[in-house]
Design a protein around this ligand. Structure first.
Ligand code: FAD
Length: 556
């Protein structure tokens, strides 16, 4: 089948399935991508390795899992009917509700018929003579597609640490990112939690209420702000809905992180001690991620940042009764906000319970896990169950698991060996017609992800529409444009305090991973403008080729 024929629709002859677009992943990104591509009249196949849609919210079912961007904002904006009709029950919806929402979207927009579940994409190879991709899936199929869109998620490759003896542990081992579907009851059990990032901080207070004893193994103390979660009233939902046009516009165009909030016009050192403290107190009482937007220089100026960090450290000392434990829980090795700031419900207070112990594994790393204990500092902590809240190989982990080869047989893993290289986080030179949603080099994990997902999906859809209208067969990032973008992403990151932390933004949680600041920190509004300008200039920095040009070049 020629490339031109394949673009006109799918061919389901045995052994030669062909689609205009293969989308990998059926989380919020993959589902919206499917919806939009259908609008162009394209044939689309979505492959999802999980047993249902929802991505993050399908996999992360641990106790206490919920969003940390408020639900009225952590939701799709593309359908006004949807946002007017869906009733979020709480300020921060719990995981089951977000998963119900994802399923509702799949049903409401009739997406399921083009989503193949329980199917992993293992390989994708670009065929230069046909300008199309051959995609191999875990059910043994080989399909061809003009375009491949990686909607594989930034936090979807759960990381299990390499700890001596883990496989010989006789109790149950759970990973927060692969939580079982059945209810796990820890009542009466001795539980060990390894990891105190966002997931650990959410689950510790919940498991503490069930377990006979909970031992929390902490390598890095993290900053966390109280969520102040509460049920939403109908009046609150209505007030929000009435303001949706402005809230969504602001989140897309003006906010740095895709969240509607006041924009600070002052730096932390512009206020005196009392005034500054009053502002921090006010944000602490309000709760949530907007704590960091009280001043405009907390991510830029260490002295300014210290004022916020000290405030949170003081709060921890006020909440936690045992001074030794409080000291251990006070973050002291990174600026506040330079690692993803956590949002919690009674995390620090959980350490006042007699059945909760904090163990410092920075001073005394875990030596080994025995049949029924975690050994550190020469001491055995007996546990019946272990919870690994050890995070993800972020941003590149799920992409790297797919064997992707582009022009001249070069693999994406070879190209990214020293760190990911993309133009705008959307494409990588040498890999034509391969798009990434919220890829490295885009704001992605530094933002309300649904805002970033919708922007990428809309841009990719417009781009494919443009190519089709003008008869372009292949599109690819230019190496020069890509190099400039990578340098720009790096340069902007280094004007901030972010690179000072050993964070997963830097790949620092994965042994051997190159330490590059991966997301684009310029802000979603600025980034959107750059993407729009690139498109308005005929996709500047990308090369588009028409079929005939390719064939003539090949035959000359
Ligand atoms: C516990 C937790 C809480 C979070 N809370 C927030 C929040 O409050 N606000 C926020 O903005 N973000 C949050 N995030 C980030 C969250 O990942 C994004 O908001 C969003 O859900 C990402 O959607 P996605 O579709 O891009 O990726 P995902 O939801 O990760 O979906 C990707 C899908 O691709 C599938 N996949 C991957 N590789 C393959 C393959 N080779 N073949 C087939 N399928 C594949 C995966 O199975 C997965 O289902 C949170 C993340 C976690 C882990």
């Amino acid at each position: 089948m020629s490339a031109l024929q394949s673009i006109s629709g799918k061919n389901n002859a045995p052994g030669s399935e062909s689609y205009d677009v293969v989308v990998v992943g059926a989380g919020f990104a993959g589902m919206y991508m499917l919806h939009k591509l259908r609008g162009l009249g394209l044939s689309v196949r979505v492959y999802e390795q999980g047993g249902d849609v929802g991505g993050t919210w399908y996999w992360n079912r641990y106790p206490g899992a919920r969003c940390d961007v408020e639900s009225m904002q952590y939701s799709y904006s593309f359908s006004d009917e949807l946002q007017q009709q869906w009733n979020w029950s709480e300020r921060y919806a719990p995981q089951p509700e977000i998963l119900r929402y994802a399923n509702h979207v799949a049903d409401r927009f009739g997406l399921r018929s083009d989503i193949q579940l329980n199917t992993r994409v293992d390989r994708a190879a670009f065929d230069e003579s046909e300008n199309s991709w051959s995609v191999a899936t875990s059910d043994g199929r080989a399909v061809s597609a003009k375009y491949v869109v990686l909607a594989t998620g930034c936090l979807s490759n759960a990381r299990t640490p390499d700890i001596k003896g883990l496989s010989g542990f006789k109790g149950q081992v759970y990973h927060t990112g692969h939580w079982p579907h059945e209810q796990i009851d820890f009542t009466g059990r001795r539980v060990g939690v390894i990891g105190t990032g966002s997931s650990g901080i959410q689950l510790v207070p919940v498991i503490a209420e069930q377990a006979s004893h909970l031992t929390v193994f902490q390598r890095t103390a993290n900053f966390s702000i109280p969520a102040r979660n509460a049920a939403l009233t109908e009046a609150e939902r209505e007030a929000f809905r009435a303001k949706y046009p402005e809230i969504r516009r602001f989140a897309r165009e003006e906010a740095r992180n895709g969240i509607y909030t006041e924009m600070p016009d002052r730096g932390a050192l512009d206020d005196g001690d009392d005034e500054r403290r009053a502002k921090y107190e006010q944000r602490w009482s309000r709760g949530g991620l907007t704590f960091m937007s009280v001043y405009n220089n907390l991510a830029l100026d260490k002295a300014a940042n210290d004022t916020a960090a000290n405030f949170v450290r003081e709060k921890i000392a006020e909440i936690v009764k045992d001074p030794q434990t409080a000291k251990l829980l006070q973050p002291n090795n990174h600026p506040i906000g330079s690692k993803r700031i956590c949002v919690d419900t009674d995390y620090f207070a959980a350490f006042n319970r007699p059945n909760v112990t904090l163990v410092d594994i920075r001073s005394n790393p875990i030596e080994e896990i025995t049949a029924n204990a975690v050994r550190t500092g020469g001491k055995d902590y007996q546990v019946d169950a272990l919870v690994l809240a050890t995070g993800f190989d972020a941003m590149t982990g799920s992409v790297a698991k797919i064997d992707i080869s582009g022009r001249n047989g070069q693999t994406l893993n070879q190209k990214w060996a020293a760190g990911p290289k993309t133009y705008l986080g959307l494409m990588s030179a040498g890999f034509p017609n391969l798009f990434i949603i919220t890829g490295p080099g885009s704001p992605s994990v530094l933002s309300n992800m649904i805002v970033s997902i919708e922007q990428h999906v809309d841009w990719i859809t417009d781009c494919i529409g443009y190519m089709r209208r003008r008869g372009f067969e292949a599109m690819e990032a230019n190496t020069v444009a890509e190099d400039h973008w990578v340098a720009h992403v790096n340069e902007v990151a280094h004007t901030t305090l972010y690179p000072q932390a050993n964070s997963w933004y830097m790949g620092a949680n994965i042994p051997g991973k190159p330490q590059i600041f991966m997301p684009y920190i310029g802000g979603v509004g600025v980034y959107r403008q750059i993407c729009n300008e690139v498109a308005a200039k005929g996709y500047e920095g990308f090369a588009m080729t028409a079929a005939e040009t390719q064939k003539m070049a090949a035959s000359s």
